[in-house]
Design a protein around this ligand. Structure first.
Ligand code: NAD
Length: 275
C-alpha cells in the first residue's frame, strides 16, 4: 500500500510518512537509503547538521527509483543563517546531495537571539523563485516567529517541523499552524523510542496485531500530520511504513490524546535553544 500525500499551502504534495536520518553515519547512509526505497519509502529527511547529505545523495543516485519520485528534505544549520550565508549553505547542501533541485528546505532552528531568521527566510523564498527548491518551510518555529515571517515577507512557510509524539502533542502549536495554513511535521515521532512501552499504546496495538510504533505513526497520520520515524533496520523500516491497512477509532484517538504531558518535551526549547 503506498503512502498517502498531503497537499501543502503552495500545492506541493508531500508523502505523509518519510524516513528520518539523524545520527545515521554518512558511509552507512547509501545502503540504508536503498533499503528504505526498497521498503517503499519515497520521502527522506536529512539536514546539513546530520553530516550525511552526501551519503543520502549517493543512495538515491544508486537506486532504480527516479529522483523525481523521491521527496527529499534538508535543513539550513544555525551558523549559516542570514541572506548571503543561507544561499552559500544551500549551494553546499546541493553539492553534497548531488541534486539539481531540492524538494523541501527548512530553517532548522529560529535562534531568536541571533535574529537572522527573517533574512534566512528571504533567501529561501529567492531559491524557490529560482526553481532550485520546490517548497520551503521551517523547523522549531514558535507562533511569534511564524507571525513575524508572515508580517515581514507576506509568505507563510509550507510546513513547520516540530517535536511531536504522544508525550508531547503540541495541540496549541498545531492550532496556530491550522490557522496560518502551515502543515505540521513531527520530529522524534516515536519519542526516540521512549513512548513504545506505554501500556495504553501496547494494548491498542494488540487489538490490531500491530506494534506500539505503528499505533503512534497511525495516530499522527490520522491527525493529518507528516511523520518521519528514524530506523536503520530494514524490518523496522517495513514495520513503520505498514500503517495504512488499519484505522484507529475515535475512542482510541482520545485515549492517545490523554498521554500528553506538559513536561513531555525531549529536545531543546526553541525559545532558548543556543547551539
Ligand atoms: P524517533 O522518534 O524517530 O525514534 C527513533 C528511535 O526509535 C531509534 O532509536 C530507533 O531505533 C527506534 N525505532 C524506530 N522504529 C522502531 C520500531 N518500529 N520499533 C522499535 N523501535 C524503533 O527519533 P528521532 O530520530 O530523534 O526523530 C526522527 C527524525 O526526526 C530524525 O531522524 C530527524 O530526521 C528528525 N529530527 C529533526 C529535528 C529538528 O530539530 N528538526 C530534531 C530531531 C529529529
Amino acid at each position: 500500500m503506498s503512502v498517502p500525500t498531503l497537499t501543502l499551502n503552495d500545492g506541493t504534495k508531500i508523502p505523509q510518512l518519510g524516513l528520518g536520518v539523524w545520527k545515521m553515519p554518512d558511509d552507512e547512509a547509501p545502503g540504508i537509503i536503498l533499503s528504505a526505497l526498497n521498503a517503499g519509502y519515497r520521502h527522506i529527511d536529512t539536514a546539513a547538521a546530520y553530516g550525511n547529505e552526501a551519503g543520502v545523495g549517493r543512495g538515491i543516485a544508486q537506486s532504480d527509483v527516479p529522483r523525481e519520485e523521491i521527496f527529499v528534505t534538508s535543513k539550513l544549520w544555525n551558523d549559516r543563517q542570514g541572506f548571503d550565508e543561507a544561499l552559500r549553505a544551500f549551494d553546499e547542501t546541493m553539492g553534497k546531495l548531488g541534486f539539481d533541485y531540492l524538494d523541501l528546505y527548512l530553517i532548522h532552528w529560529p535562534m531568536p537571539h541571533r535574529d537572522r531568521y527573517v533574512e534566512s527566510w528571504k533567501a529561501l523564498i529567492r531559491l524557490r523563485e529560482e526553481g532550485r527548491i520546490r517548497t520551503i518551510g521551517v523547523s522549531n518555529f514558535l507562533p511569534d516567529h511564524l507571525e513575524r515571517l508572515i508580517d515581514e515577507t507576506g509568505e507563510a512557510p509550507a510546513i513547520n517541523q516540530i517535536e511531536l509524539h504522544p508525550c508531547f502533542q503540541q495541540a496549541s502549536q498545531r492550532q496556530v499552524h491550522a490557522k496560518l495554513g502551515i502543515a505540521t511535521e513531527c520530529w522524534s515521532p516515536l519519542g526516540q523510542g521512549e513512548a513504545l512501552s506505554d501500556p495504553i499504546l501496547t494494548e491498542i496495538a494488540s487489538r490490531y496485531g500491530k506494534s506500539a510504533a505503528q499505533v503512534i505513526l497511525r495516530w499522527q497520520v490520522q491527525l493529518g500530520l507528516v511523520t518521519i520515524p528514524k530506523s536503520a533496520n530494514h524490518d523496522r523500516m517495513r514495520e513503520n511504513i505498514s500503517i495504512f491497512d488499519f484505522e484507529l477509532t475515535e475512542a482510541e484517538m482520545a485515549q492517545i490524546k490523554g498521554l500528553d504531558s506538559a513536561d513531555g518535551r525531549i529536545g531543546p526549547d526553541p525559545a532558548t535553544a543556543d547551539f
